[in-house]
Design a protein around this ligand. Structure first.
Ligand SMILES: NC(=O)c1ccc[n+]([C@@H]2O[C@H](COP(=O)([O-])OP(=O)(O)OC[C@H]3O[C@@H](n4cnc5c(N)ncnc54)[C@H](O)[C@@H]3O)[C@@H](O)[C@H]2O)c1
Ligand SMILES: Nc1ncnc2c1ncn2[C@@H]1O[C@H](COP(=O)(O)OP(=O)(O)O)[C@@H](O)[C@H]1O
Ligand SMILES: O=C(O)C1=C[C@@H](OP(=O)(O)O)[C@@H](O)[C@H](O)C1
Length: 544
């Protein structure tokens, strides 16, 4: 885990008594990496205790020694590095930490409960900054000065209220090991998709101090996960309006949205308040739509709990609801303040819902990242046998996290380049032209990812008929998708019904059909107005 460039894996800052040394050492043991405590290193260097050095030479002289040692350690140590309580207040140390973050480092603000930390800091003395007068009063004064500075300097915030050292260390380790995909959007604020155990712990860090009220929108099947989100929000001091919506597609309606708008009005939600959506893609679509429309837009954080929502639905700023005429026909491009894909939520995900999410994972492999296909191939059996109850802590967890990160990166590249789907982003629609027709004809009984799988085989057949790809790649589509438990054929409707619906696909222009096909793995192209006989023959070929 250590960083080859000699940079610390993480630097821990926080108030005296927060647990920087104790928790930092726990983390280093859990991760099997070295640990350094700046205060101990300084005492070795100055050849005396810090209180004595303070006494003899004063605080400024100490801070000079401290900041020099910190800068040197940041350049030449690859473990967990805990700083002294006052260290981050020194401007030169702040600069060094900013450089470290710019180089990919993690400065973790260990946010202990002030009462707990103050009590622990006063055990055993030896803290010169608490000398003179009431130690608790001095601690609180230092806290008022330092907390805002630490909050600003750190790029990771870990609340340890009520945690044992081991629990706190586990939270810190999860934050260190989590995967982060940055989405930089030209027309809107950038945001991060955070993937890992405990990602929900970032909620307060993303929402910040401005919101008073949070609308927590969730569905019954994910109650245990929304319970955790609610507890974190309340611990952080927000007023939480708990809004349970109908599950799955039943929740993506104007009636549900209208009911929430009424609640937000009655409960005085202002523009500085926010929405948090917890659930599958349907819930995060609806939550995003409510956030996009309330007062013409308030901030929202998506907390996806299904694989498809983590890799696709929650991450690209498409929000929306269904209407009687069709799916996703009303909505807005409105990007979130952040996306928290907490992999512990997958523990309750049913196997069939996990497998359908693999349809969108495979799609991303076909259009952009062949390594995704290799990982799917290598682990097809384990993935097909997915059991959420045994996922966390198993070898499969890291495989799933890698697949999520890679798929989100594919999505992020397209969203960053083309938020409103004027061109490049359409490549994410590989397999979707037929998929949407299937979903409609199956009255949405077919899951989205399953329909996309059949749609990709169709697009491969069409591409093969027109000479873009060879039969081997068509066969590879079928063998890989089938090995994951995904369908590769469909017999649920006539070609006439299908062609009529494909003409209403959002990629169609005028009376011309438009598809995304491959010109090889990782090379999607637009196919406009293909010959009618090829369109029909490809359909025949996915009907067996
Ligand atoms: N906005 C976009 O860019 C985008 C992209 C793809 C799909 N979508 C939309 O996303 C929806 C599909 O998302 P989905 O596949 O997550 O379906 P879904 O939201 O209907 O969830 C599927 C089922 O799994 C349950 N579930 C989800 N997470 C769970 C968990 N951790 N434990 C137990 N049960 C859980 C849900 O309650 C639901 O019953 C569709 O509405 C689709 O239109 C949107
Ligand atoms: N989460 C925690 N729960 C219980 N005791 C803790 C916790 N974190 C630290 N401690 C104890 O509190 C005291 C101060 O911890 P320490 O790591 O030295 O704080 P810091 O380095 O942040 O000043 C130590 O006795 C330590 O064992
Ligand atoms: O552009 C996007 O981010 C996508 C939106 C969804 O398609 P639709 O917009 O066709 O619903 C999704 O199914 C597809 O995987 C990617």
């Amino acid at each position: 885990m250590s960083d080859e460039s000699g940079r610390p894996i993480a630097v821990i800052i926080g108030m005296m008594g927060a647990g920087k040394t104790r928790v930092g050492r726990e983390v280093s043991q859990m991760m099997g990496v070295p640990f350094k405590d700046a205060d101990i290193e300084i005492e070795h260097e100055i050849g005396m205790g810090i209180p004595a050095y303070f006494e003899r030479y004063g605080e400024q002289a100490f801070r000079d020694v401290e900041s020099t040692l910190i800068r040197r350690t940041l350049e030449g140590f690859d473990g967990i590095f805990a700083l002294g309580g006052g260290a981050p207040m020194t401007p030169s140390t702040q600069e060094a930490l900013a450089d470290y973050i710019a180089d990919g480092g993690r400065v973790i603000y260990l946010q202990a409960d002030p009462k707990e930390a103050m009590e622990r800091a006063n055990r055993g003395g030896g803290r010169p900054m608490l000398n003179g007068g009431d130690a608790n009063e001095r601690w609180m004064r230092l806290y008022e000065q330092r907390d805002p500075v630490f909050d600003r300097i750190a790029n990771v915030h870990v609340r340890t209220h009520g945690s044992t050292p081991q629990m706190a260390a586990r939270k810190v380790m999860n934050m260190i090991e989590e995967r982060v995909v940055h989405v930089d959007v030209v027309a809107s604020d950038d945001y991060d998709v955070r993937i890992g155990e405990g990602a929900l712990n970032h909620l307060a860090g993303i929402l910040g101090s401005k919101p008073v009220r949070i609308a927590l929108i969730h569905t019954q099947p994910v109650q245990r996960h929304s319970d955790r989100a609610r507890a974190l929000l309340r611990q952080a001091g927000y007023q939480v309006s708990d809004i349970v919506i109908p599950d799955a597609e039943a929740g993506k309606t104007i009636t549900v949205a209208n009911g929430i708008w009424e609640r937000l009005g009655n409960e005085g939600f202002t523009r500085s308040d926010a929405v948090v959506g917890v659930g599958g893609g349907a819930a995060t679509d609806l939550a995003g739509f409510v956030a996009a429309t309330w007062m013409r837009g308030i901030r929202y954080v998506n907390c996806p709990t299904s694989l498809l929502a983590m890799v696709d639905a929650s991450t690209g700023g498409k929000t929306g609801i269904n209407t009687k005429v069709g799916k996703n026909l009303v909505g807005s491009f409105y990007t979130p303040a952040g996306v928290l894909a907490d992999t512990t939520t997958l523990a309750s995900l049913p196997n069939d819902i996990f497998i359908e999410g693999l349809g969108e994972v495979a799609k991303s492999g076909f259009i952009s990242d062949p390594e995704i296909l290799h990982i799917l191939e290598e682990h097809a059996g384990e993935l097909r046998a997915f059991d959420g109850a045994t996922l966390i802590g198993s070898p499969l967890e890291d495989v799933v996290s890698e697949l999520i990160e890679r798929t989100v990166k594919v999505k992020a590249r397209h969203v960053s380049a083309d938020l409103k789907e004027a061109g490049l982003r359409e490549f994410l629609n590989y397999g979707h032209t037929l998929a949407h027709a299937i979903e409609k004809l199956e009255h949405f009984r077919w899951r989205h990812g399953n329909a996309v799988a059949v749609g990709m085989v169709y697009a491969a057949e069409l591409a093969s008929l027109l000479g873009y790809i060879d039969r081997d790649l068509v066969d590879y589509h079928r063998s890989l998708l089938a090995s994951l438990g995904l369908p590769t054929s469909w017999n649920g409707g006539s070609f006439e019904d299908v062609i009529a619906l494909m003409h209403r696909d959002k990629k169609a222009r005028g009376n011309k059909l438009r598809f995304v096909v491959l010109d090889g793995v990782g090379h999607p192209v637009h196919l406009d107005d293909p010959p009618a006989d090829a369109v029909e023959e490809a359909f025949r070929r996915i009907q067996h």
